[in-house]
Design a protein around this ligand. Structure first.
Ligand code: ADP
Length: 409
């Protein structure tokens, strides 16, 4: 096998770049870090090489090119430079693949052009992703680079789950359909949950609850996504840190016509000033838990609305799949909040869901079961690892393109 087994994973946002260098030979994380406040005066790079102390540097990063150069410098200082022959590829987290990209894709000039055409679908995310791709390609033009899409795992959704019930011609003309997001996380966690159950992904039906600042649920039947809670954009579905999740679309007409708010103001309201933050002024579940402990009614109501929505999705995905083998909690809230997990599943014993309160209360960083031994539906906490999933998918694309016959043997 070639010596080139390392993959650099880049997650380029509008003002930040997160990165991880992973060796696919053993899954070891060689370094990770973040560059923040790109294009905003004084910025910061925090670099954490494995086995060494983290380093932090404050300086201006006028653009993504400057940010990626700084990442390259930091990696080089640890002997992990981008010019190393051991680097196999760069994998780019890419938010929206539309209907065009449903698989991790080797990046070419043509692919970049097509990504540009998808910008109207994800105006907040795709431009930064594309900038990251272009800068990285300039830095290492000869190196394979792969786009891994947040939407791809959900592309398998059946039409009846992916379509909104609106006029078909209008929907098609504007590519209005449910795409879903957090796909790499739902894919990773559903597969890891199957492993925890000692089963193949094809043999199990899993409800994955990705509860971070953004939150989404998915129904994964036999390894394929059959429904997910986010839609055309990441606004639909669960109550999130700052997003409303499901809402009657007529609220938008009402706020515009009667409330006099502009469309942009309503967009900002629903995406940035709603959810837990809008309901109680805090979007951190730890703070909400603390305030509830003090008897704060706003925090209590925000928590109750969050949980009510979560339970509705668990119930509907149960009904969609008919049989559920496991429910997996992941991301910041899902991995850490025993209170959310308990409230989300309380009273569901008649559905075969029995949480073990002692197991649920134990903190940990590895995948674990928190249901009772007799629970028909297993309940799991499975820490997500989107970077590892992106690295694996990137590496698989590179290996396939280097040796197209490899899959057949
Ligand atoms: P992002 O969507 O930004 O990647 P994360 O998956 O990191 O988010 O989740 C961030 C959220 O996780 C925080 O807003 C916080 O509410 C929640 N969180 C983190 N630790 C805990 C904890 N110990 N208890 C409850 N919630 C937590």
């Amino acid at each position: 096998m070639s010596q080139a087994t390392r993959v650099l994973v880049l997650n380029s946002g509008s003002s930040s770049v997160k990165y991880q260098l992973i060796d696919m030979a053993d899954g070891d994380r060689l370094a990770l870090g973040i560059v923040e406040r790109i294009g905003e005066g004084q910025g910061r790079i925090k670099h954490e090489p494995a086995g060494h102390l983290p380093r932090e540097r404050y300086q201006a990063f006028p653009d993504h090119a400057a940010a990626l150069s700084a990442v390259a410098e930091e990696l080089a200082a640890d002997g992990l430079g981008l010019d190393s022959p051991r680097l196999a590829a760069i994998g780019h987290r890419t938010v929206h693949g539309g209907t065009r990209f449903t698989e991790p894709t080797l990046i070419t000039d043509e692919v970049v052009e097509e990504l540009r055409e998808l910008i109207p679908l994800a105006p907040l995310h795709n431009p930064a992703n594309i900038t990251g791709i272009e800068v990285a390609r300039k830095l290492r033009p000869d190196l394979p680079q792969v786009a891994v899409f947040d939407t791809a795992f959900h592309a398998a959704m059946p039409e009846h789950a992916a379509r909104y019930a609106i006029d078909k011609a209008t929907a098609d003309a504007h590519q209005v359909r449910r795409y879903g997001f957090h796909g790499t996380s739902h894919q990773y966690v559903s597969r890891r949950t199957a492993q925890l159950l000692d089963a193949s992904p094809e043999a199990v039906n899993v409800i994955v609850l990705h509860l971070g600042n953004g939150a989404s649920a998915s129904a994964v039947a036999g390894g394929r996504c059959v429904d997910t809670s986010m839609g055309l954009t990441p606004l639909e579905g669960l109550v999130m840190g700052t997003r409303s999740g499901d809402i009657d679309p007529a609220v938008v007409f009402h706020l515009h016509r009667v409330g006099g708010l502009t469309i942009d103001a309503i967009d900002a309201l629903l995406n940035r000033r709603s959810g837990l933050l809008g309901l109680c002024g805090d979007n951190d579940m730890r703070e909400i838990g603390r305030r509830m402990g003090e008897g704060d009614p706003d925090a209590r109501l925000a928590f109750d609305i969050y949980i009510h929505r979560l339970r509705k999705y668990i119930g509907s995905y149960y009904a969609v799949m008919g049989r559920v083998d496991a429910i997996a909690f992941t991301a910041g809230v899902g991995e850490n909040s025993a209170a959310v997990r308990e409230a989300a599943l309380a009273g569901m014993e008649p559905l075969g869901i029995e949480l073990d309160s002692v197991r649920n209360a134990v903190r940990g960083s590895s995948p674990r079961l928190i249901s009772t031994d007799s629970s028909r539906v297993r309940v799991a906490v499975v820490p997500t690892d989107e970077e590892l999933e992106i690295a694996q998918q990137t590496f698989a694309v590179v290996r396939r393109s280097a040796d197209p016959g490899s899959e057949m043997r």
